[in-house]
Design a protein around this ligand. Structure first.
Ligand code: GLU
Length: 318
């Protein structure tokens, strides 16, 4: 038996045995062994390669998970979504004079394009863009970190979300390239606050730790026209939810965003901690975690699981 949820005008056949389907996909994913755990900082290099989790949170409030879905991990670049939400709310349209909305076609931490384009990052999903967004937060909030943390806790209805101080510290110690991006933007007058303070905020948000259930629940509003399905609260306007989804579709999966759109067809964001979240408009959120990364920096098993689920349930938005 199936129950249908309408997405983009098309009914999605969500099986009653979703748990079994997720279990099957996770088992298959465990045979994918071609990735490598991020090793640019020791705190990430030490994470066990065989962790694997898959969660689906639907708008009717059901959360279905398999694998290590209760284990918190470093969300890294997935935090770029939370920062962006706050900055869009605070700054409104003038934000788009300081950061573009185009795919970069370059690695996430590339510097060359930023020089050519006079310190205006290509989009908020690459590091330069997220550092710019961090500048907006530092400049417009008296306590940018607590503003972000309390928003994320509120979104997932859990105080358990925290920051791994060891990851935060290591990010700072190994952050020379991010510092180069920030100082380059400062030289083009596109960073307003003190660069070290901006970088500290950026490294701190990369060190947020969450599990797949918290991630999926926290972002359900993106599948629900900006409204949190649990509380009924309007988190962002419908237009901003559409815009965030659009940016994820074009730039959320690093330099593999085109292939992800082609083979999966969902707005998504990944992080080098091995997490991926994918938004299924009017249906819910899929989140996956497995630390080994493919050559683009996306979780190899996470990609496999989300692609498999999207294809089996016909979830592509296109
Ligand atoms: N902390 C990482 C960096 O800034 C985040 C990278 C990512 O997850 O894409 O390089």
């Amino acid at each position: 038996m199936t129950h249908d949820v309408i997405s983009g005008g098309q009914p999605i056949h969500a099986p009653d045995n979703l748990k079994q389907l997720l279990e099957d996909i996770l088992q298959q994913a465990m045979t994918v062994n071609d990735g490598k755990v991020a090793d640019y900082i020791p705190a990430l290099a030490e994470v066990k390669a065989d962790y694997c989790a898959l969660t689906v949170a639907t708008l009717d409030g059901n959360v279905t998970s398999v694998g290590d879905s209760n284990k918190p991990f470093s969300i890294q670049s997935i935090s770029k979504i939370y920062g962006l939400m706050l900055a869009m709310e605070r700054l409104g349209d003038p934000l788009w004079e300081r950061v573009q909305m185009e795919p970069s076609g370059q690695p996430f931490n590339s510097i060359v394009q930023l020089e050519w384009e006079k310190g205006i990052p290509r989009n908020p999903m690459i590091n330069a863009g997220a550092i710019l967004v961090s500048d907006v937060l530092v400049s417009h909030y008296s306590a940018s970190k607590s503003a972000l943390l309390s928003m994320v806790r509120g979104l997932c209805g859990s105080e358990a979300v925290c920051v791994d101080s060891r990851v935060h510290e290591s990010e700072r110690e190994h952050g020379a390239r991010n510092a180069a991006l920030a100082y380059l933007m400062k030289s083009f007058n596109n960073i307003e606050s003190d660069v070290e303070e901006v970088l500290d905020h950026y490294f701190w948000q990369c060190a947020l730790t969450m599990n797949t259930e918290q991630l999926a629940s926290s972002l359900a509003f993106l599948a629900n026209r900006g409204q949190c399905p649990r509380s009924g609260k309007q988190i962002t306007s419908h237009r901003d939810a559409q815009r965030i989804n659009a940016l994820m579709s074009t730039s959320g999966m690093y330099d593999q965003s085109g292939q992800f759109a082609f083979t999966v067809g969902l707005p998504a964001k990944s992080g080098v901690g091995g997490g991926i979240i994918a938004i299924v408009p009017d249906y819910g959120v899929i989140s996956a975690w497995s630390p080994p990364l493919n050559s683009f920096g996306n979780s190899a098993r996470g990609m496999f699981m989300i692609r498999e689920l999207a294809n089996r349930l016909g979830l592509s938005v296109y």
